[in-house]
Design a protein around this ligand. Structure first.
Ligand code: GDP
Ligand code: MG
Length: 436
């Protein structure tokens, strides 16, 4: 029964109107665990959550949003900042402009080279892909197959064992054939070694690329961070490409890497197909890491449509034990303005649990609205005058049964009693204002 459920919900509500030390502590702990689960390194996770705690303390909570949800929102904002705030495009300059791809073997360099070729082609550029992996003949074929698939030319010299020569020849070829953008795929090793570093260093010096990208497998967790650090010390690369973000990986590596090398992540790769490439957006990655995209958008929706003045007015009326049917109706309107009722019920602190299993949609409010609208203004403002005769008239006027009218009166009565009680206890007066 509804009033019992409300009662329970109100009890959960007590003290949740403002973020306090206690509810911050428990939520922050959960957020920290979520970050660590998502592969963010412990130190970074702790730094982030400490900052979130400072940020959150004492912030007023919109009455329709629980502190927990607001904390999630603040966390998302902090994570976004931590990953650079906004997206950073790759730099393309020079004739041709050269993009150098670096990274360990198996990180996804060749696959990404194909994807980037397709990406640039879609921007209307004339692109040339260059196969500079001189150690694995199969790597040349791999790139050629990808090139054919996306309709982009691939330059290769299968007999030549000098990567620098191949790259220089490729650039000359690009100039001759009018290709303005050259993407150079390189060889990697399974682990960092001196020879590989020297090779890629020399390539960078000789080609003077406008963009050097470091490709890293996001599933390798902490190793990814260490590799990124080593490559950056030697190469001073311009950006990171995170691969294999499909499947279970939640992307915590993005935060750790950014934190350690302080270079923007520019692309994420989410599968083996050529179209599985996305420009990196810090805010979207933050959502992904938190795994709470839905919650966040709900919080935002509430913030948009929430009418604060009206809430203040209603709160004042509740405090004066003066809540009437006009206020009730106004609350219904507020809730309806916010969109899907079922989603929104869950956002009201404590309500999600209490209303579970209850079948509520926009139409559920129609009979209630009809009954209230059949009351005279005087009746709405002074519900106590609504006696048996008036109830009969209201029922006839609204096309509802007397029982329905009685039920609503009873519910409304219970609600007001509860409000009075809460006022006496000095509890969550604010939050009560949002209850319907
Ligand atoms: P390279 O050695 O750095 O050139 O790496 P490759 O491009 O050859 O990729 C190594 C393996 O990872 C291949 O089997 C690719 O199909 C696969 N791969 C590359 N990128 C992704 C990705 O984003 N998601 C998944 N699931 N597999 C990928
Ligand atoms: Mg390769």
């Amino acid at each position: 029964n509804l009033s019992l459920k409300l009662d329970r919900a109100f009890k959960t509500l007590k003290g949740t109107g403002k973020i306090t030390e206690i509810n911050v502590a428990s939520t922050v702990k959960e957020i920290r665990r979520a970050l660590i689960d998502a592969d963010v390194n412990y130190k970074v996770a702790k730094e982030v959550t400490d900052k979130i705690k400072d940020e959150a303390m004492g912030r007023d909570v919109l009455i329709s949003v629980s502190p927990g949800q607001l904390l999630v929102k603040i966390t998302q904002e902090e994570l976004t900042k931590l990953m650079g705030g906004s997206k950073v495009d790759i730099k393309l300059s020079g004739d041709p402009s050269v993009i150098l791809i670096s990274g360990l073997q198996g990180s996804g360099k060749t696959t990404f080279t194909g994807k980037l070729g397709s990406f640039l082609k879609r921007q209307g550029r004339q692109v040339l892909l260059v196969a500079c992996d001189i150690y694995r003949p199969a790597a040349i074929d791999q790139l050629k197959v990808l090139g054919e698939q996306i309709g982009v030319e691939v330059y290769a010299e299968p007999e030549n064992k000098n990567a620098l020569q191949i790259a220089n020849n490729a650039i000359a070829y690009a100039k001759k054939t009018g290709k303005k953008t050259v993407v150079v795929d390189t060889a990697g090793r399974l682990a960092v070694d001196e020879q590989m570093m020297k090779e890629i260093e020399e390539l960078k010096k000789a080609l003077n690329p406008s963009e050097t990208l470091f490709v890293v497998d996001s599933m390798t967790g902490q190793d990814a961070v260490n590799t990124a650090k080593t490559f950056d010390e030697r190469l001073d690369f311009d950006g990171v490409v995170l691969t294999k973000l499909d499947g279970d990986t939640r992307g915590g590596a993005a935060i750790s890497i950014r934190h350690v090398v302080n270079k923007p992540i520019k692309f994420i790769s989410t599968g083996e197909k050529m179209e599985n490439l996305d420009v990196f957006h810090p805010d979207r990655m933050a959502q992904r890491i938190l795994g709470m995209g839905d919650v966040i958008s709900l919080v935002e929706r509430a913030q948009q449509s929430f009418d604060e003045d009206e809430a203040k007015r209603i709160n004042a009326k509740i405090r004066q034990n003066n809540f009437n049917f006009d206020d009730f109706l106004s609350q219904l309107e507020q809730v309806k303005k916010m969109g899907n009722i079922k989603d929104l019920i869950g956002m009201i602190p404590g309500m999600g649990k209490a209303m579970k299993g209850l079948d509520i949609d926009d139409d559920s409010f129609k009979p209630i609205e009809a009954i209230i609208r059949s009351m005279t203004p005087k009746e709405r403002q002074n519900p106590d005058i609504i006696d048996g005769r008036r109830r009969k008239r209201i029922a006839d006027g609204s096309g509802r049964t007397i029982t329905e009218v009685n039920n609503l009166m009873k519910q409304f009565d219970d609600m007001r009693k509860l409000m009075k009680q809460m006022n006496k206890m000095g509890g969550a007066k604010q939050a009560l204002g949002r209850m319907v």
